[in-house]
Design a protein around this ligand. Sequence first.
Ligand code: CA
Ligand code: CA
Ligand code: CA
Length: 278
Amino acid sequence: MKQIKNIFWIILTIPVLLIMSGCEKEDPFKDNLEPNNSRNEAFELTLGEQIDASIAKGDHDWYSFSIETNGIIDKALIEINNLTAEMELTAVLYDSQGNQFGSFTGNAGINMNISLSTRTSSYYIEIYDKNSEQEGKYELTITLLQANDSNEPDDTFENARIVDSYPSGVITGTILVNASEDNQYGDFEFFILLIDLNKTVDFTLTPTADDIKMNYKIFNADRSVVVDETEGTPGQILQASVGDGSGGSMSRYLRVGATLGETGVGNYTISFTETDIK
Ligand SMILES: [Ca+2]
Ligand SMILES: [Ca+2]
Ligand SMILES: [Ca+2]
């Protein structure tokens, strides 16, 4: 009698257990970053740390991240890797106020690399399947590249690098982001040249890549323009003399910029020498 009771109990409980497991069954594409379905619920990323994320059907994933560069211009690399083969992800970038400033859609299953030029700021990134049809997994890592040169910060008159002895030797630098009259917020490099009486200072500005167009502009000490922006052709070495030796010793600002080519390589060298004026 006791055995029959037990069997009865099992028969009764099996359907209940099945229903229970149906309720609690984990969606394989629900990750532990959820809910991160809106900007207000954004998951805060740590730079350099990979996260393993999932997208359920129709899911939108939001993340926030902050970049501290000590005020110099730098680049962050946003990598979306190992995504499920059928997913075509769209990644949308927003500033700290939620204004959209970039949108990228990759090809199905192909890793995405997005380069973000930045000074210190916070951002949001939203990731979703372009067609809202696929579900799957992806890995997300955001890294600060620390790709600028050791002369930074030197983007303004105030923090110009002083050159006061000649020959200066070879100074190496990197223009990380296009800087010219058309790109006023780019990675300019300012130098202040101290020029003695009856001397001129000559500079040679040499790009390392064949596709970069270097430019320079020369200013008086009061920041009025002496020589308008002068741009080279791709890969061209630029040379010029600064100061004419009249009126005693003087200082001049030299502003160096560039427009990068396909390779994105902004490395250059600059050297300064002094010449007597006969
Ligand atoms: Ca998700
Ligand atoms: Ca630089
Ligand atoms: Ca700079």
